[in-house]
Design a binder for this molecule. Structure first.
Ligand code: PSU
Ligand code: MN
Length: 305
């Protein structure tokens, strides 16, 4: 038995021609942003990757088949669909086995990317250690995936819905390289910098590509987290987001939100509470990450495997 997997025509052609590919997740489309902005952003981000000289492959499971790259009509259908499952590491095989449809998180997208031979993946924010994790035990499977699966993930740091200190501690424990791009500070998603220093810093895509390759050659299993700061002109100050996040968290607790519903709930509440401003910043940073991921993918393409 093999994994039922289909490549989009674009990603199949790129794979054949040896062109650099960049994976994209689909949970950001189904659970991270409202329609129709989610569809506009998904298309825009794919175009950004093409414009930067690489080929996008948005990952999702549709009717029990793993799709590596979505055709335009599939992307449209997914962006409009309601009640789509959110697939992390634990859910992938079950969804495929039962003929289900689901959107992939960072963890699941990494698994699919590895299977498809894609080494770089762009997203907005990763999952991490939630505030209050000492009692809830809510730690995203994304962190353990970064320790196991050899894919370089470009994100804008971690959202302040998470306990960023604890998130960095878990990444350190798991042996995941956390690389701030072009600055010393660990970026804080909506804000370009934070009071926390990133464990590592690199200033160009070629260094990141070499580190990715050498990690593999050292026999180390996992990937890398590249923390790319939001462009300064698009950032929202941390003191402006603080009260919004506190409110969203209170609402989540009051409504008894648990498990995999927590992150989508918080993202939706923050969108409502900022009247869409959080989304504008979110779009800018995802696009910025897509361009950096494309540059890293090209550099990786010029190194031997
Ligand atoms: N953080 C964001 N936007 C997102 C997510 C996280 O700023 O869309 C999504 C990603 O798909 C991530 C997932 O992998 O949420 C993490 O979910 P959980 O915390 O349940 O592991
Ligand atoms: Mn969780």
């Amino acid at each position: 038995m093999t994994v039922p997997m289909i490549r989009s025509s674009e990603s199949a052609a790129a794979e054949k021609a040896g062109k650099p590919l960049v994976a994209l997740e689909s949970t950001i489309i189904t659970h991270g942003m409202p329609y129709p902005q989610n569809l506009e952003v998904a298309r825009q981000v794919e175009d950004d990757i093409r414009g930067a000289g690489a080929v996008p492959a948005t990952i999702a499971v549709i009717d029990g088949t793993l799709h590596v790259g979505l055709e335009p009509d599939q992307l449209t259908t997914l962006a409009q669909a309601r009640g789509v499952a959110k697939l992390s590491r634990a859910d992938m095989a079950a969804c495929l086995a039962t003929g289900g449809t689901g959107a992939t998180t960072v963890a699941a997208t990494m698994i699919a990317a590895r299977l498809a031979g894609i080494e770089v993946f762009a997203t907005g924010g990763i999952g991490g250690v939630h505030k209050g994790a000492e009692s809830s035990f809510d730690i995203s499977a994304d962190l353990m995936e970064l320790a196991q699966t050899p894919v370089t993930v470009v994100a804008a740091g971690a959202k302040a819905i998470l306990d960023v200190d604890k998130t960095l501690e878990v990444l350190e424990t798991q042996g995941v390289p956390v690389i701030a791009f072009g600055q010393d500070s660990f970026p804080a998603f909506w804000s370009a910098s934070s009071p926390l220093k990133a464990p590592l810093r690199m200033d160009d895509a070629a260094e990141i590509a070499r580190a990715h390759r050498l990690r593999g050659q050292l026999g180390l299993p996992g990937g890398q987290l590249v923390a790319n700061p939001i462009p300064r002109e698009d950032e929202i100050a941390a003191d402006e987001m603080g009260p919004v996040i506190t409110q969203a968290q209170k609402d989540a607790t009051r409504h008894g939100i648990r498990g995999k519903a927590v992150t989508p709930y918080l993202l939706q509440r923050i969108f409502e509470l900022t009247e869409g401003r959080s989304l504008t910043a979110n779009i800018a940073l995802v696009r910025n990450n897509a361009r950096l991921a494309a540059a890293i993918a090209q550099e990786l393409g010029s190194l031997t495997r």
